[in-house]
Design a protein around this ligand. Structure first.
Ligand SMILES: [Zn+2]
Ligand SMILES: [Zn+2]
Length: 216
């Protein structure tokens, strides 16, 4: 048995929220619940998953907007992102206002995550990589047993995350991608925060921002 997942696009940004669960135990987590709480609750109920935690890749509204309401509803902890992301989570109310979301309070996770730490979902283990550049405390979750990564807004199929926000940095982002994600292996498939899934190998070959051929 392995780690199962289903993608649930949420908010008008069509953010790829994931419901993930251990096939052996039915214990699960929700990655990046940006909004649309009723839709998330319906999926959880339909799949009959015992959701035990909310996992966050970073503090942008479309990823973290429903984290607190979901966690309170299910009485579960919020885990991640990296401590540097307090910068964004503290201003969730302002993000909501700017992006046209219902208002939410600032958020402090129950547990920050750091490079090299792991998160357990049932009998499955997710490895944590700190991948700054899009935001300072952005993390990536990697399930090595199934070669699957949740990369948030670090890397997309054919693109990379924006770096024009405060504390965003293009070179840092490229370093996170090429220095950390590439080493996961070409065969690894990834779920980006927006748009279709891809593989590390595909992006190494053809991504216009970070393909190997651009770096000779
Ligand atoms: Zn983002
Ligand atoms: Zn996003």
């Amino acid at each position: 048995m392995t780690l199962n997942f289903t993608l649930i696009p949420v908010t008008h940004y069509q953010q790829n929220c994931s419901l993930i669960w251990c096939g052996a135990t039915g214990k699960g987590a929700v990655v990046d619940p940006g909004g649309d709480l009723p839709i998330l609750l319906r999926h959880i109920e339909e799949q009959q998953i015992v959701v035990e935690q909310v996992l966050l890749t970073h503090g942008h509204m479309d990823h973290a907007g429903a984290a607190r309401s979901l966690a309170d509803r299910l009485q579960i902890p919020i885990v991640g992102p990296h401590r540097e992301e307090a910068f964004w989570l503290d201003i969730l109310p302002q993000q909501a206002q700017m992006m046209g979301f219902p208002s939410v309070p600032p958020l402090t996770p129950d547990r920050w995550l750091d490079e090299g730490e792991t998160v357990t979902v049932g009998e499955q283990t997710l490895e944590v990589f700190h991948c700054p550049g899009h935001t300072p405390g952005h993390i990536v979750f990697f399930h090595r047993a199934s070669d699957t990564a949740w990369v948030g807004d670090v890397l997309f199929a054919g693109s990379i995350g924006r770096t024009d926000f405060p504390r965003g940095d293009f070179d840092t982002l490229v370093q996170s991608i090429r220095g950390k994600l590439w080493s996961l292996g070409d065969q690894v498939r990834f779920i980006p925060g927006h748009g279709p899934m891809s593989t590390i190998g595909n992006e190494r070959r053809s991504n216009p921002f970070v393909a190997d051929k651009r770096f000779g």
